[in-house]
Design a binder for this molecule. Structure first.
Ligand code: PEP
Length: 256
């Protein structure tokens, strides 16, 4: 981590905890904000409990993200949720381009760029996910794939320096228990920062780049010691308030 940037720990609940268990989880996470001073904490529950969680967390300092959204403000798009609706639900963040969206729902770099643009239009801060598959890594293409994914949306970050976040999530590390080691993560994070700096001098220093992929309390400290890792996007471990809290506290101690 680097003192220039405030750490961010975001929890992606995926398609879990959509009812009363979601509100209970939000309530269990709420006291964590007090224990992880200097760290921004964001949770991304399913759509069905976004408003309830935002309401529950109102005074806690923890903010709420959606896991996805449609790029249009409104319209005949059955089953979709617009950025306007997210803002009305109390969201201030949105995860865009998660690899599960790219893999199972056909999202392309172009869709993702459109969503990043739409998020900023509605004052939603996007956490934009990038990352290579195992086959791409094994073919030596990891840096090229990530550079292409970042290039697709970077112009929108330039217009809103400091408000967009990138999450580097190697697809082979998501939900598998295998995480990129700190050196592997740092190599990609440094390359992304370099790419951002080339687009606009202030963009590199002011964009938080999170690592995601099987982050747990026992591997977080080593990842956060890497200078270009500014926090984590946490999947599985964010469903356990104690584990999520431990990761947030590790981020708080990494900045001291
Ligand atoms: C994720 O879903 O973004 C993620 C990183 O999941 P996990 O922590 O379970 O690998």
């Amino acid at each position: 981590m680097n003192a220039k940037r405030r750490p961010l720990i975001a929890g992606n609940w995926k398609m879990f905890c959509g009812g009363t268990t979601g509100v209970e989880l939000a309530m269990a996470i709420a006291p964590l904000a007090r224990d992880a001073k200097g760290v921004d904490i964001v949770i991304a529950p399913p759509f069905t409990v976004l408003a309830a969680c935002a309401n529950e967390l109102e005074a806690s300092g923890i903010e709420v993200a959606a896991q996805n959204m449609h790029a249009k403000d409104s319209g005949a798009y059955t089953g979709e949720v617009s950025p306007t609706m997210l803002a009305e639900s109390g969201c201030s963040w949105v995860i865009v381009g998660h690899s599960e969206r790219r893999q199972h729902f056909g999202e392309t770099d172009a869709h993702i760029a459109e969503k990043v643009h739409a998020a900023f239009r509605h004052n939603l801060k996007p956490i934009v996910c990038v990352g290579e598959t195992l086959a791409e890594r094994e073919s030596g293409l990891a840096l090229a794939v990530v550079a292409r994914q970042v290039a697709a949306f970077v112009e929108h970050l330039v217009e809103h320096v400091g408000h967009g976040v990138i999450a580097y999530e190697p697809v082979w590390a998501i939900g598998t228990g295998k995480n990129a080691g700190p050196a592997e993560a740092e190599e990609v994070h440094a390359a992304i920062r370099n790419q951002l700096e080339k687009c606009a001098p202030s963009l590199g220093d002011n964009t938080r780049i999170l690592y995601g992929g099987s982050v747990k309390p026992d591997n977080a400290a080593a990842l956060f010691a890497a200078p270009n890792v500014d926090g984590a996007l946490v999947g599985g471990a964010s469903l356990d308030a104690k584990a999520f809290g431990a990761i947030a506290r590790t981020a708080a101690s990494a900045t001291r």
